[in-house]
Design a protein around this ligand. Structure first.
Ligand SMILES: NC(=O)c1ccc[n+]([C@@H]2O[C@H](COP(=O)([O-])OP(=O)(O)OC[C@H]3O[C@@H](n4cnc5c(N)ncnc54)[C@H](O)[C@@H]3O)[C@@H](O)[C@H]2O)c1
Length: 302
């Protein structure tokens, strides 16, 4: 059952931001949630958006780490604990962001997990876990962001009718993956959840564009410098070396070179690359429902 958001809809409808701050930048005065922002791409994207003047909710399951990230960023950042696969938790995250900032201009649905392995031995519980976070989590973030953004739009339209400014656009950006654009060997649970996420993005884009809400996806390549790949104990480089996944590789560095060589631009994707794509989605006023590759040329659209 949906969580009652009446109180937060009313606040959002008024369009009075409680915490505009005194920042300057391309996102000056905008309120943003980034999920999974305690580390990895999410943290880096949150940092870039903060630098562009946004008020940023660092939303993550790992609250202590999210609090540390928010503290390091400064006064326009706030940590919020959330499990994106849980409806009540997502509703509370959005409510808390509205309570803190007075509204929501951009939802970056970034939290994601990977479980990989061959089809014939893959456990259903692992498929369910990946689907719950990557696919259902995106649905829930879009649902509660849209509840607030639709209310804001209603208020904007009323104010425009009585001589106010033109109603602004709001944005939802899903952090998908290059594996949302092409299949991924022995990584189907992840690829399936990311393909499915793009189906949600396209459908919500159609449903919400009449309310001035754009919905897009960005599809990064591998963040080879991030914890998922480079963690010295549990990172994918170490795992792939131990599993013999890269023929002839004798060191972690050999595995890394193998993956770098797959990229025409010869390097992994960085948070700043993803943030630039997010900024494009926000600033482009005439595009919605897109899935933008950020892969150094590794994946090209037809
Ligand atoms: N790392 C890559 O190479 C890569 C490439 C393409 C796309 N992506 C996508 O980028 C996004 C971020 O990936 P990353 O590699 O930075 O991940 P990461 O594992 O480094 O960080 C993920 C963050 O999400 C949080 N999280 C996990 N489950 C959560 C949940 N249920 N609710 C709330 N928070 C949760 C974790 O606590 C963590 O802070 C994911 O959607 C991932 O699929 C990553």
């Amino acid at each position: 059952m949906s969580v009652d958001m009446t109180k937060w809809r009313e606040i959002a409808r008024k369009g009075q931001r409680t915490w505009r701050g005194d920042s300057a930048g391309r996102l000056e005065g905008k309120s943003v949630i980034v999920t999974g922002a305690a580390q990895g791409f999410g943290e880096g994207v949150a940092r870039e958006l903060y630098r562009e003047g946004a008020c940023v909710a660092i939303a993550d399951m790992n609250l202590p780490l999210a609090e540390a990230v928010a503290k390091k960023l400064g006064g326009r950042a706030a940590a919020i604990g959330v499990d994106v696969s849980n409806e009540e938790s997502v509703a509370n995250m959005v409510a808390k962001a509205v309570e803190t900032f007075g509204g929501l201009d951009l939802m970056v649905s970034n939290a994601g997990v990977v479980r990989s392995g061959p089809l014939t031995t893959f456990e259903k519980k692992d498929l369910d876990f990946v689907t719950a976070v990557n696919y259902t989590g995106l649905f829930l973030c879009c649902k509660y962001a849209a509840i607030i953004m639709e209310a804001q739009h209603e208020g904007d339209v009323e104010r425009a009718a009585s001589g106010g400014e033109e109603p602004p656009m709001y944005d939802i950006v899903a952090v998908s993956s290059k594996s949302g654009l092409e299949g991924s060997n022995k990584n189907f649970a992840y690829a399936g959840s990311k393909f499915g996420g793009i189906g949600l993005v396209q459908s919500f884009a159609l449903e919400l564009c009449g309310k001035n809400i754009k919905v897009n996806a960005v599809c990064p390549g591998n963040y080879l410098d991030g914890p998922l790949w480079s963690d010295p104990k549990r990172g994918l480089f170490v795992q792939y070396l131990q599993a013999g996944k890269v023929p002839g590789a004798r060191t972690v560095e050999d595995v890394r070179r193998f993956y770098e060589a797959k990229v025409p631009m010869n390097r992994g994707c960085l948070p700043a690359d993803v943030a630039r794509a997010v900024l494009y989605c926000v600033e482009q006023q005439y595009e919605t429902g897109q899935a933008i590759p950020v892969t150094g040329g590794q994946v090209m659209l037809n």
